[in-house]
Design a protein around this ligand. Structure first.
Ligand code: SF4
Length: 360
């Protein structure tokens, strides 16, 4: 085996510790022709640290467009000339209907997203009403992504039962001012920390393919690791017409798989969620992405782009033998059969949480 891979595998699986920056750099700079070996290690690390479960989440773009910020990848910035729907916060009925569809699609988490720098009082009140309604009507775990927060806002969301707060770093610190000029990387980190301090789980990741180098990607992974997110969404730039990054060429599927595997090695205990752009960049390598260390998916549509059907993802997971997570990791919802496949526990064993392994 490649010495850098062997060293990383020993650290993560035998010594059960996280990689240092130098160790990760050594792994990252092995030639891409060795990708299958890297993927194999990432998959073992995922199983050892997280188990085989896959967490599914759907999101709703509850307030679209007309955003005051200038994030270069985003078609919702008011100052860019992108062709998207612009609307104010949706009616509660529409939010609940989408949450019900999420439940029907087999997901356990529903994320309410709004396109703003941060919520004003009126918007926050409407979001909190929606959080209560979705929890009461569906029992889903509710996450929110509302931009920058102050402490009181974060505490109000936590008190309303928001389980997880999404606030991506988007890019490594050293590149952030090339991506956005209307707020800073430190602003983003401050909100991410507030989310944790207020009692919510932190979901924080980034967008890959905005012209960054391999070392920039490692920087982002280690900066995220320092924050300690429970979930790390990996978005892949799907360049949107009208945005400053419209002419950027999407990264290759091989590069995307390398990124997923490296993030798994650097953040071994996180939900690593394949999110926007995965269909474009991974194409027929979707399943390989799940073997490269990912253990969570956004199902259905993204904020401004259309995703593939939830049924296609459920069928893929069934084919891979990866059960859909029904709750917290480690509650004995699956057994390892003699043939190495993960499956439902036998009838005489208690399964605390219903397990869905079949496509709908
Ligand atoms: S990423 Fe968020 S904050 Fe930035 S322009 Fe888009 S909606 Fe606004």
């Amino acid at each position: 085996m490649i010495p850098a891979f062997e060293h990383a595998e020993t650290a993560l699986l035998v010594e059960r510790r996280k990689l240092t920056r130098d160790e990760a750099v050594s792994v990252a700079h092995v030639c891409l022709d060795e990708l299958p070996a890297l993927i194999a290690i990432a998959h073992r690390v995922r199983l050892e640290w997280c188990g085989p479960d896959v967490e599914l989440e759907s999101l709703i773009n509850a307030k679209s467009g007309a955003c005051s910020e200038d994030c270069a990848f985003c078609s919702q910035a008011a100052q860019f000339d992108a062709d998207i729907d612009v609307y104010a916060f949706l009616d509660l009925d529409e939010v609940i209907a989408t949450a019900r569809a999420t439940l029907d699609a087999g997901a356990t988490q529903f994320c309410i997203v709004v396109a703003v720098r941060g919520p004003n009082e009126r918007l926050l009140n409407r979001v909190i009403d929606a959080v209560h309604a979705v929890r009461d009507e569906t029992g889903l775990k509710v996450a929110c992504s509302l931009g920058l927060l102050d402490r009181r806002q974060a505490e109000r969301l936590a008190a309303a039962g928001v389980h997880r707060y999404n606030h991506n770093l988007e890019a490594p610190r050293a590149r952030f001012d090339q991506i956005c000029s209307t707020h800073t990387w430190d602003d983003r980190v401050a909100t991410a920390r507030l989310a944790i301090e207020s009692g919510m789980e932190l979901c924080s990741g980034g967008i890959i393919g905005m012209g960054e180098t391999l070392d920039d990607r490692l920087d982002l992974a280690f900066e995220l690791a320092e924050l300690g997110p429970v979930e790390v969404p990996l978005n892949f730039l799907d360049p949107r017409p009208g945005t400053p990054l419209a002419d950027v060429t999407p990264i290759s599927g091989r590069e995307a798989l390398q990124v997923i595997a490296l993030f798994r090695l650097i953040l071994p205990d996180a939900w690593i969620r394949l999110a926007g752009g995965r269909e474009v960049v991974l194409d027929e390598l979707q399943a390989m992405g799940m073997y490269a260390g990912a253990n969570a998916l956004i199902v259905g549509n993204y904020l401004t782009t259309t995703g593939r059907s939830a049924d296609a993802d459920l069928e893929m997971l069934e084919t891979l033998g990866m059960p859909v997570a029904g709750g917290d990791v480690g509650e004995g919802r699956y057994v390892l059969a003699a043939d190495g496949a993960y499956s439902l526990p036998p009838d005489n064993l208690p399964s605390k949480i219903p397990l869905r392994v079949t496509g709908r």
